[in-house]
Design a protein around this ligand. Structure first.
Ligand SMILES: Cc1ncc(C[n+]2csc(CCOP(=O)(O)OP(=O)(O)O)c2C)c(N)n1
Ligand SMILES: [Mg+2]
Length: 431
């Protein structure tokens, strides 16, 4: 089962839950959409536009993953996951949740500095995709990056320590929450500017293709996953990179984590056509919409998108409908979102849903899952103790990796870092 390239693919569009929504040409006057799309309760005012072009365009679009539907049909005889995989997936999702809950505690106790953006609610996306990767494959994240790092195998203690700004962190305490990076794990960041990681991911995918096709490295079949949010999809870098990746058939999967909000801006209010997955076919790559609260569905879509990239068939755009259970960052009181919307998604908690699936299908029992939870709770506790006990970086590290030419600003004529001179922080040093 595979996705087909769009323009050649004459498959009927499977509508998302938009059928109740009046089309803009149904009624020439302004109307309010009470927004059934993607489960948001946000009210949206549309301006009517002649929308024939819209209808024509959607007919060429690839539909929601048939992979999932096909598998579902077989589900009574053929489970979507084995016991071992199920436990691995559960463990990773539970780790993501427990880690983030601990971050909230530590942040409010003053152990972390700057902004800290948590991933609660979105675990099915990180786990569903990243657990399918090999070590050599690359992941490019956003500022909501702790859980992507954990799924990619960066040890919890190295992530926690980074958050504490300690020298044992995965960036020696120099990056902090939004800048997780690990060469060993091919986690290429952590980016604070939205959209900034997408070109980096495209470059990583280009490098794999170049090594394979130009340098003839037969094993260079690495795949890159670029994660980013719905708000980021209105940024030019998204479109530029889709174009380049499709043009050069790069081994990349663009994973949109559509949690319906960009800080306090509703996706429906900010985006002319909120169905992001439709933008894949516009560039000649498959676009897929998947329930991002269901890790098993995400995994099925991810399997095919990753395999497609590894086979050299090019990029895929996957839109995962998900939701964040906390505010935008830990500094956000989260007063803008409708409590009914929050409650609706809370009821679809991806960890609870997976647990139910595993137990109902006798893939795991409560005791086994409790044992996983206990192990992870201890691991997270240990990560905090490790981070707390770790030393702060030396002052001399302050300007390392900040300047391309460290001799130009960071290091004085005596060969020592200028920041080591007490006058540096007093502002009276000669620099
Ligand atoms: C280039 C740039 N513009 C604006 C911002 C400010 N900003 C920080 S987060 C954010 C919203 C991003 O929303 P989304 O992409 O949906 O990600 P989410 O936070 O929902 O995961 C914005 C606009 C930024 N970081 N970078
Ligand atoms: Mg968002």
């Amino acid at each position: 089962m595979s996705f087909s390239a769009t323009t050649k693919f004459a498959q009927p569009v499977v509508p998302l839950n938009t059928s109740a929504t009046p089309r803009s040409n149904d009624n020439p006057s302004l109307f309010f959409k009470t927004s059934s799309f993607l489960g948001s309760t946000h009210k949206l005012r549309f301006n009517p536009l002649p929308s024939k072009a819209h209808h024509r365009r959607s007919a060429a679009v690839v539909a929601v993953s048939d992979v999932v539907k096909e598998k579902k049909r077989q589900a009574s005889t053929n489970l979507l996951i084995t016991k071992e995989e199920g436990l691995e997936v559960y463990e990773d999702m539970y780790l993501g949740r427990a880690f983030e809950d601990m971050c909230a505690q530590m942040y409010y106790r003053g152990k972390m500095f700057g902004f800290v953006h948590l991933y609660n609610g979105q675990e099915a996306v990180s786990t569903g995709f990243i657990k399918l990767l090999k070590q050599k494959d690359c992941v490019v994240s956003t500022y909501r990056d702790h859980v992507h790092a954990l799924s990619k195998g960066v040890p919890a203690r190295a992530v926690m320590s980074e958050l504490f700004g300690k020298s044992t962190g995965c960036c020696r305490g120099q990056g902090g929450s939004m800048h997780m990076f690990s060469k060993e794990h091919n986690l290429l960041g952590g980016f604070a500017f939205i959209g900034e990681g997408i070109p980096v991911a495209t470059g990583a995918a280009f490098s794999a293709k170049y090594r394979r096709e130009v340098l003839k490295e037969a094993n260079a079949d690495d795949v890159t996953l670029a994660f980013f949010g719905d708000g980021t999809c209105n940024n030019g870098q998204f479109f530029e990179c889709l174009n380049m990746a499709a043009l050069w058939k790069l081994p990349i999967v663009f994973v949109v984590e559509n949690n319906l909000w960009a800080i306090g801006m509703s996706h429906l209010r900010a985006t002319s056509d909120p169905e992001i997955w439709k933008k894949g076919p516009a560039f000649g790559m498959p676009g897929v919409h998947v329930d991002g609260m269901d890790v098993l569905k995400v995994r099925e879509v991810a399997k095919e998108a990753i395999a497609r990239a590894r086979r050299g068939e090019g990029p895929t755009l996957v839109e995962c409908e998900t939701y964040r259970f906390r505010g935008h960052s830990l500094a956000d009181p989260d007063e803008l979102r409708d409590p009914a919307e929050k409650a609706r998604y809370a009821a679809r908690d991806p960890i609870t849903a997976l647990k139910k699936y595993l137990v109902e299908n006798k893939l795991a029992n409560e005791q086994e899952l409790k044992a996983v939870e206990k192990k992870i709770d201890e691991l997270v506790e240990e990560a905090v103790e490790f981070a707390d006990a770790s030393p702060h970086p030396p002052r001399s590290q302050l300007l390392e990796n900040v300047f391309a030419d460290p001799k130009g600003f960071g290091i004085g004529p005596d060969g020592r870092y200028r920041c080591e001179d007490p006058k540096f922080t007093e502002g009276t040093a000669q620099v």
